[in-house]
Design a protein. Structure first.
Length: 197
């Protein structure tokens, strides 16, 4: 009897293996052989689930953003307005090992996107999705009368993305705020949201 394979689960496992290879070797060291070895599968199985290297890069980047978005916006959760925005900011900033690992992969893909048009296009599409979620938080904040009327929502969204991407880069590349990083990031998150009131 042939073994039944849960395609979504196997694909998720292969994407997680891809992220581990990126953290260990960078995007330059990301080969299909390295991913297959990390995942304990054959090259043909990897190709069946994810395609070639370029397809894998785009799929892994998209899945990483989806993971961050699901955590940041706690999809289906009860938070609204500025509380949801604050939770999203804390979830996206590199507070702990899990979030720092995700940031590491994100920074690696950002660098690779400079010379990889498909990856760059995928990142732009992911940012549009994030912007839509942030827009919902800010619309709710206005409806709840939590936000000052002079606040420019588009500028806030830009600042949110710059803060998250910049803190990831500084934290990982420069070792920024390694000691007491979580406390510093919590203060930044509080200040970011408080200035909108």
């Amino acid at each position: 009897m042939p073994k039944l394979v849960d395609h979504a689960q196997r694909r998720a496992e292969l994407l997680a293996a891809t992220w581990r290879v990126v953290r260990a070797r960078g995007v330059d060291g990301l080969t299909t052989r390295a991913i297959a070895d990390e995942a304990g599968c054959s090259l043909s199985a990897l190709a069946h689930f994810l395609g070639g290297r370029d397809d894998i890069l785009v799929a892994a980047q998209t899945a990483m953003y989806d993971r961050i978005v699901a955590r940041a916006f706690r999809l289906g959760g009860a938070l609204r307005g500025l509380a949801a925005l604050r939770a999203a900011l804390e979830a996206a900033l590199p507070f702990d090992e899990e979030r720092a690992a995700d940031a590491h992969v994100n920074v690696a893909f950002a660098g690779a996107a400079l010379s990889h048009p498909r990856l760059a296009a995928s990142r732009r599409a992911s940012h549009l999705g994030i912007r839509a979620h942030l827009g919902v938080c800010l619309r709710e904040a206005r409806e709840l009368d939590e936000m000052a009327s002079i606040v420019d929502a588009e500028a806030v969204i830009d600042d949110f993305i710059i803060l998250v991407e910049g803190s990831a880069l500084l934290s990982l590349v420069d070792g920024w705020a390694e000691e007491g990083r979580a406390d510093r990031l919590a203060r930044i998150a509080t200040s970011f949201v408080d200035r909108l009131r």
